[in-house]
Design a protein around this ligand. Sequence first.
Ligand code: MN
Length: 189
Amino acid sequence: MFDLPALPYEMTALEPYISAKTMEFHYGKHHKAYVDNLNKLAKGTEFENMPLERVVKETYNKPEFAPIFNNAAQAWNHNFFWHSMEKNGGGKPEGGLLAKIERDFGSYEKFREAFKNAATSQFGSGWAWLVEDTDGKLKVVKTSNADTPVARGQKPLITLDVWEHAYYLDYQNRRPDFVEAFLDHLVKF
Ligand code: MN
């Protein structure tokens, strides 16, 4: 059985940037539905008792397992997303991570621009990520629908959900404002 992990903060913690109402739907309905669907689909299969991340990797790019991949990857992505934010977050990281960002992007501001571009230009549903690639370099990547860098062996450092369900109640069509709020007030590196 796969579980819906508790949120690392209260439903109201990210207000006014993400409302409790958005959290109630996003975590309580959307995220829960991925976990519930995964449990139904995995029941009686080889995936039933596997760690979630392994299910994601083993079902990646296999059309016959697409429904399991989609729900497992969305469950993993959301677990990671909630931990990419905190109350009074946002702004520059510190220490070793800042040094790596400066090494690989030139500056924090250039990283910020790259992340904002990825998150706003992802067409349709998807995710924006800061990852450590297999060669050790930090990269900004975007993925469509449930797709996740974890499936390709990249190590996610932060992610932002840019499916409409993540921001529509609070921002309607203004995805760039949601991305700015995430970077300046919510992100937890
Ligand atoms: Mn979502």
